[in-house]
Ligand binder design. Structure first.
Ligand code: 5RP
Length: 236
C-alpha cells in the first residue's frame, strides 16, 4: 500500500477510536498525525463530535487545525489549565518498552509539553518504526538554544553521542525551530537507556528538551502494516 494511504488509515483509526466529544486534545505534528487532525475536523463537520478544543504542537499542526476547523487555544488558556485529556501524535521510533524518539519534524518541544500534560497518549506509526533499541537507528533530536551549540554538543559527546547540527533545506544555515532554537541530532553507536539518557541530556545547560519520550502516562499505539491494516495496542 502507498505510504500516504497507510498514514491516512493510521490517523483515521486513532481519531475514530480515541477522540470523544468534550475532549481537550493535544494535536501532534507530522505526515501521520495530520491525518488524525483531518479526521477530527471531518467528524466535527458531520456533527459526530462536538465541544472539542485543541492545543497544537507546531506551526504545521496549527495550519492543519485551521484548515480542519478545529477550535484552538493555548495550554495556558483557563479552559485547558495545563491539562489535556488526550494527545495524538506520530513517532520516529518506538522501542519494546514503548519509549519514543520524536522530533524528526522539528517539533519535539511543544510535542513533549503537550504529551506530558496529557492523561492519555496515542502514538501513530508504521510498523517499520518499531525497533529493538534506540540510538543506532534514527538520530535522537535535541532542541538547544543557539548560544549553546558548541558547549552542549561537547557535553552530549561526553555522553557517548555523535552530535550533528540539523541543517535547513532551501535556507542557508541550521534549522530554526518554532521556538527560535536549533536542533542537534545525536547518533549513538550502541542502544541507550532512554529514560536515563533523557534525564542526562536535559541536565546540560542550553538544552531545552530532548526527543526521547519515556514518561507518557496512559498509552495506546496505532501501528500500520503494508497491507493497510492498523493494529490498536492498548499499551498501558
Ligand atoms: C515531529 C515528530 C513527528 O511526529 C515524527 O517525526 C513522525 O513524523 P511522521 O509521521 O511524518 O513520520 O516528532 O517533530
Amino acid at each position: 500500500m502507498a505510504d500516504e494511504e497507510l498514514k491516512k488509515n493510521i490517523g483515521y483509526a486513532a481519531a475514530d477510536a480515541m477522540v470523544k466529544s468534550g475532549m481537550k486534545l493535544g494535536l501532534g505534528t507530522g505526515s501521520t498525525a495530520k491525518w488524525a487532525i483531518r479526521r477530527i475536523g471531518q467528524l466535527l463537520k458531520e456533527g459526530k463530535l462536538s465541544d472539542i478544543i485543541a492545543v497544537v504542537t507546531s506551526s504545521q499542526s496549527e495550519i492543519e487545525c485551521q484548515n480542519a476547523g478545529i477550535p484552538m487555544v493555548t495550554l495556558n488558556d483557563p479552559k485547558i489549565d495545563g491539562h489535556l485529556d488526550l494527545t495524538i501524535d506520530g513517532a520516529d521510533e518506538i522501542d519494546p518498552d514503548y519509549n519514543l524518539v520524536k522530533g524528526g519534524g522539528g517539533a519535539l518541544l511543544q510535542e513533549k509539553i503537550a504529551g506530558y500534560a496529557s492523561d492519555h497518549y496515542a502514538v501513530l506509526a508504521a510498523g517499520d518504526k518499531l525497533v529493538s533499541g534506540i540510538g543506532p537507528g534514527f538520530k535522537v533530536p535535541v532542541e538547544v538554544v543557539r548560544e549553546a551549540r558548541v558547549t552542549a554538543s561537547k557535553a552530549m559527546e561526553a555522553l557517548g553521542a555523535v552530535p550533528e547540527v540539523r541543517m535547513a533545506v532551501k535556507k542557508m544555515g541550521p534549522v530554526i525551530t518554532d521556538n527560535g532554537n536549533i536542533l542537534i541530532d545525536l547518533h549513538f553507536e550502541k542502544p541507550i537507556n532512554p529514560p536515563e539518557m533523557e534525564q542526562k541530556i536535559n541536565m546540560i545547560p542550553g538544552v531545552v528538551e530532548t526527543g526521547l519520550f519515556t514518561k507518557l502516562k496512559k498509552l495506546d499505539a496505532f501501528i500500520g502494516y503494508e497491507d493497510g491494516t492498523v493494529k490498536h495496542i492498548k499499551v498501558r
